[in-house]
Design a protein. Sequence first.
Length: 170
Amino acid sequence: MKSMNTMSPASASVEATEYPDVPTGETTPAAPAPAAAAAAESPRALLKQLQQQFPAFRDCLPLAIGIDKQVLARLPGLNRKVMRAALGIHTGSMRYLRAMEKATVRFDLDGNPGAEVTDVHRQHAKELLQQRFKKEADRKKAERAAAAEEEASRKRQEKLEQLASKFARR
C-alpha cells in the first residue's frame, strides 16, 4: 500500500527550517485571523456571514451580475475559492431559485435595485427547480418501490415459514 504522505522531502526541510521546535509533519497553531478570514475557512460559514452583513443575501434577493467583485471589494482578505463556493451554495438554493424564477430586477449587496433579470435567467432557474422536483419525486418513487418489494419479500418468507411448519408437523 502506498504511503499517504503528500509532503515532499524538500518541503519537509523548508518546514524544519521555518519551525525548528516543531517535528516535521506536525502543524503549528495558526495566528488569530481577522473576522473575514475566519469566516473564509468554510463556504457555509462565509455564507452565514454574508447573510448577516448584506440585505441581498439575507433576503435572498436575485444578485447582481458580478456580485463576487462587490463582495471582494467589501471584504478584501477573502479567499476567492471559498467565496465562489459560498455563492454557489446560495445561488443553488431552492429559496434563491424560486426568487429568481419570479424576479424582474437584480440587487446589489445593499439591496438596491440594479439590472433586470433576463427571461433566459428566469427560465434557467425554472428548469433547475423542475429538475430538482423531478429528482426528488424519482427518489421518493424508488423508496416506495423498495419498501413495497421488501414488504412483499417479507410476506413471501412468512408464507413459506407457515407452509414449512405446517408440513413439518406431519
